[in-house]
Write a protein that binds this ligand. Structure first.
Ligand code: BDP
Length: 701
């Protein structure tokens, strides 16, 4: 009797802790509404696929698993449809809308009592299968289904900053998901889960190692390991890229130099590229961080970025792969403006890059700050293919403890008008290739995946991986729609709960910005770990790694003057953009201190002085986090208990740390403004020195 009782208790407790998050948005939990389940029954009698192709097999199995989970019934797989009422998978060059869809695109439509998923490629069918499962989870009716979709961007890529020793640069979800010590002999089942998750949102490329690259990844030993990964990812439509160290000809090849114009160096890269293709015939290409933050590059030999990139492009010429060259470069000039440096170094090279080169540009000119104006290179390089680099991992955005949904931030950048070719020349049109008719197009996101059981640390961080993929596929999707899809597939099927969670997500980025970087401030985080506030940081290995370099607080005011009076970085933008941001009276408050040094007492459009507005925002942030907590608490009975507790704990940390940011910034800037807090705000209950000590504690952790 007691034995059974304990067994019962055990079952009860495992049932209560049901969701560890490992299934991501592919949990396919049973649709609770029986009526809805029944409505899908007439179209889910079987799945028909005539070919044995591996990708189609994966699509079929995904549909089978998905439908079994969602509808609670086994769906049979047939070679050919024997009756109506099934899902037909077709690879078809002449499908009805084939003129309008690209090779990876798909159509899903109801026809003669069946649902047809059709594409010109097997991968397109796989994407269509995921879309159908999504449509079912979103409660769409199948009877008149008609979806046509093609990716807007060709290369939709994750950049892993994973190292050979298992650590992850700026990773906040455990250690690396790649088990280099086990590869190629053991294939961790998570590689397959990773491939499914990526395919489900259309990601088709991955660079597997840190841009601060070790040459080790080009050794035969590692190529064998990478091949094993590539073999797993290939049937899911994902190509593998490698980040390379520019000095590899010397360190690995034993040459005297790595000068890109040296014939022996060029031969070394040609041979190495051929060798890689023996392991990975469809190798995606190279990703290169050169002459940036101490990494080697062509400038070490008096050559340009184009010389370096074009050398690698030449090595890649016999193959389909490409070269992705990062524009994240800046010099340590105390009197300069880091904002301008990528532009300055690359602008003279516009038009000199090989067509196989994509220059990958971070969304903003500094470094993945929680809010940055778009990078001035977008729209200013008509003769170079520019790709977008977003950061999914939340280096400056609360890492894995602050709830920050990033789709609105990604979209803010993509939707901004560069005016490069007149009104409507958005950043999105630059990077999807439509503005300049580019052959290639790229959107890359620095991955937030790790060995944590739920992949991303904070359960909500999964939504940023999801959102990145969805936007790379279609940047016109709204943040609301993406949030709603993710919530439905991951957390709840109940409309009301979904709406509350969506509301939390959509508010989360503005909340984060309000207690960290209001009004266009930036780069005031703790040194090296990039967590917590350190606005007083004035000394570092480089001036542009301090905080004072950016906020420029003095007795007069706050902010970096980037008008003609000082750095004139504004001049890098088109006249229309300059007009919008160049006048402090008209500049949107969200960008104000990016471009203007504003007096503390200056009255803003809100009717408050700069100082008062700053304080109001810093104080509002933690209050809003409190509201997030209340909303979450109200959902206790409606979400999985394990996820509930996990998020609840992290929201508590977030609240504590929002207060930390608030107190640090208000106390520190108060020493410059010398103004009292506006009523009814009450001063922090600790001194600036006490707050400064918190950073030391963090360092010790
Ligand atoms: C910065 C990170 C650093 C990266 C660098 C990069 O702090 O770890 O190596 O970006 O993008 O944000 O290369």
């Amino acid at each position: 009797m007691t034995r059974y009782f304990f067994l019962f208790l055990l079952l009860l407790s495992t049932a209560a802790l049901a969701d560890d998050g490992s299934r991501l948005w592919l949990n396919y939990d049973l649709i609770k509404d029986a009526k809805q389940r029944e409505s899908y029954a007439p179209f889910t009698k079987f799945i028909a696929v005539s070919s044995d192709n591996q990708t189609l097999k994966i699509a079929t199995e995904e549909l089978q698993t998905g439908l079994q989970g969602l509808l609670g019934k086994k769906v049979t797989i047939l070679k050919t449809a024997t009756s109506t009422g099934g899902i037909l998978l077709n690879v078809n060059q002449n499908a009805p809308s084939s003129a309008n869809i690209s090779n990876e695109g798909y159509e899903i439509y109801a026809e003669k009592g069946n649902i047809v998923i059709s594409s010109k490629s097997e991968t397109g069918v796989l994407y269509g299968a995921f879309e159908l499962l999504r449509a079912i989870q979103m409660g769409k009716s199948l009877a008149k289904l008609s979806i046509t979709s093609s990716p807007k961007v060709k290369i939709r890529m994750l950049n892993h900053w994973d190292n050979a020793n298992g650590t992850v640069e700026r990773g906040y979800a455990g250690s690396s998901m790649w088990k280099w010590n086990e590869l190629p002999h053991r294939i961790d089942p998570r590689y397959v889960m990773y491939a499914r998750a990526n395919a489900s949102i259309g990601i088709n490329a991955t660079s597997i190692n840190n841009v601060n690259a070790s040459s080790r990844f080009l050794t035969a030993e590692y190529l064998e390991k990478i091949k094993a990964v590539a073999d797993v990812l290939r049937p899911y439509g994902i190509k593998v890229f490698i980040s390379v160290n520019f000095r590899s000809p010397r360190t690995l090849g034993g040459l005297k130099t790595s000068d890109p114009l040296d014939p022996e160096v060029r031969k070394w890269w040609n041979d190495k590229t051929k060798e890689i293709h023996q392991y990975i015939p469809d190798f995606g290409g190279y990703l290169v961080k050169a002459n940036s933050e101490g990494e080697p590059g062509p400038q070490d030999y008096g050559r340009t970025h184009a010389d370096g990139a074009n050398m690698l492009a030449e090595a890649m010429r016999p193959f389909s792969g490409i070269v992705i060259w990062r524009a994240f470069v800046y010099n340590a000039d105390p009197n300069g403006d880091r904002f301008k440096e990528g532009y300055a170094q690359f602008k003279p090279l516009d038009g000199t890059f090989d067509p196989k080169v994509i220059v990958q540009v971070k969304n903003g000119p500094i470094d993945f700050m929680p809010r940055e104006p778009f990078h001035p290179m977008f729209g200013a390089f008509p003769k170079t293919t520019l790709g977008m680099e977003f950061q999914i991992t939340q280096e400056y955005l609360g890492q894995s403890t602050h709830l920050t949904y990033l789709a609105p931030m990604f979209k803010e950048c993509l939707d901004t008008d560069t005016y490069a070719k007149g009104q409507g020349s958005t950043v999105a049109k630059v990077i999807d290739g439509s503005l300049y008719n580019a052959q290639y197009s790229l959107m890359a996101g620095v991955a937030n995946t790790g060995s944590d059981v739920n992949w991303c640390g904070h359960p909500f961080n999964q939504s940023n991986w999801y959102a990145f993929g969805r936007l790379a596929w279609d940047h016109t999707l709204s943040s609301e729609q993406i949030a709603s899809e993710w919530i439905r597939m991951t957390l709840t099927q109940t409309k009301q709960t979904e709406q509350k969670i969506s509301d939390m997500m959509l508010k989360s980025h503005p909340i984060y910005v309000s207690y960290t970087y209001p009004l266009g401030t930036s780069h005031m985080m703790g040194e090296s770990h990039h967590y917590g506030p350190e606005p007083w940081l004035a000394k570092s290995a480089r001036p542009d790694w301090t905080s004072v370099y950016y906020h420029r607080a003095d007795s007069i005011g706050l902010g970096f003057d980037r008008t003609g009076k000082l750095s004139n970085a504004l001049q890098l933008y088109s006249p229309e953009v300059q007009q919008k941001w160049g006048n402090p009276e008209q500049c949107p408050l969200d960008y104000l201190l990016w471009f203007h040094h504003v007096p503390w007492s200056k009255k803003l459009s809100t009717g408050r002085s700069l100082w008062d507005e700053l304080c109001v925002r810093y104080y509002d942030g933690p209050v809003q986090v409190g509201n997030l907590q209340k909303t979450w608490e109200s959902l206790k009975a409606n979400v999985d208990p394990e996820i509930f507790e996990n998020v609840k704990g992290r929201l508590k940390i977030q609240e504590k740390e929002a207060l930390w940011w608030r107190d640090a910034c208000v106390l520190y800037f108060g020493e410059y403004s010398k103004m009292p807090l506006p009523k009814p705000l009450t001063p922090p209950q600790r001194t600036l020195n006490e707050v400064k000590k918190l950073v030391e504690i963090y360092h010790l952790r």
